[in-house]
Design a protein around this ligand. Structure first.
Ligand code: SF4
Ligand code: SF4
Length: 73
């Protein structure tokens, strides 16, 4: 399922509150990795909040860690 890169989805994305979302990722307010693809930063993967996210549920996404793994497929 292709996730829409919309303001609505961006505002509901849980990434900014995630322990993996480090200072590098916060610098440009990165989020919505399930739609926009992986980060150029080098996150260490200290947990993922995607499965608690309404965008994740609505789009029936199966994976997590999209900031590392890339867009949802
Ligand atoms: S994709 Fe998952 S691990 Fe990465 S910042 Fe978002 S919630 Fe955290
Ligand atoms: S599923 Fe993960 S990357 Fe996608 S909007 Fe939700 S928290 Fe953000």
């Amino acid at each position: 399922m292709i996730v829409e890169s919309s303001d609505k989805n961006s505002s509901r994305c849980r990434c900014p509150g995630c322990p993996t979302h480090d200072d590098c990722m916060k610098k440009d307010d990165e989020r919505l990795y399930c739609s926009r693809g992986q980060t150029d930063c080098d996150p260490s993967g200290h947990g993922c909040l995607c499965s608690d996210c309404p965008v994740w549920a609505e789009n029936r996404l199966g994976g997590r860690y999209f900031c590392i793994e890339g867009v949802a497929r």
